[in-house]
Each structure stands twice: as structure tokens, then as C-alpha cells.
Design a protein. Structure first.
Length: 88
């Protein structure tokens, strides 16, 4: 792997850490407060589907930065879905 490829991989990992990490406080707050009324089912379905598509794309491209970021984000969003479904 040359320096350019290493830099691109590092950028992808940083992007994944930041965008995925942004869900951690929201998921923790949702689990703690059990409040999910601000999340619409349509949003959660569309966003989760998008994450699954990005994961599939990452798998097809053998891009671990994309795969890991989207799998972790999907787990965090599914925690919110679980709380929302449980409190219906």
C-alpha cells in the first residue's frame, strides 16, 4: 500500500469513526431516557436500509472502513429501534 492509498484509507476510517460515533450519544440517551418520540418509523426504516446498502457496497468493494462504520452505526440505530418498538 503506497502513501496515497494509506492516506485515503485513514480518511475513510476517520470519516467512519466520526459519523458512526455521532450516534453513540444519541443511542445512550435513548436507552437511558426510553424516549423515542422524536424518531419517526419512516426515518428509522430509511436510515437503517441505507446503512445496510452501504454495508453491502463496502462488502462488494472490500472496503473495511465502509463496512465497519456502517455495521456499527446500524447496531446503534437498531438499539433505538428496539427501544421505540418496546415502548409502543
Amino acid at each position: 500500500m503506497n502513501n496515497t492509498e494509506t492516506g485515503i484509507l485513514a480518511l475513510g476510517i476517520l470519516a467512519g469513526v466520526l459519523t458512526t460515533g455521532s450516534w453513540i450519544p444519541q443511542a445512550l440517551r435513548t436507552i437511558r431516557t426510553r424516549s423515542t418520540h422524536d424518531f419517526s418509523w419512516t426515518y428509522l426504516l430509511m436510515f437503517s436500509t441505507g446503512l445496510a446498502c452501504w454495508t453491502g457496497y463496502g462488502i462488494a468493494r472490500h472496503d473495511w472502513a465502509v463496512i465497519l462504520a456502517n455495521v456499527v452505526a446500524c447496531v446503534l440505530v437498531l438499539c433505538i429501534v428496539w427501544v421505540k418498538a418496546r415502548n409502543r
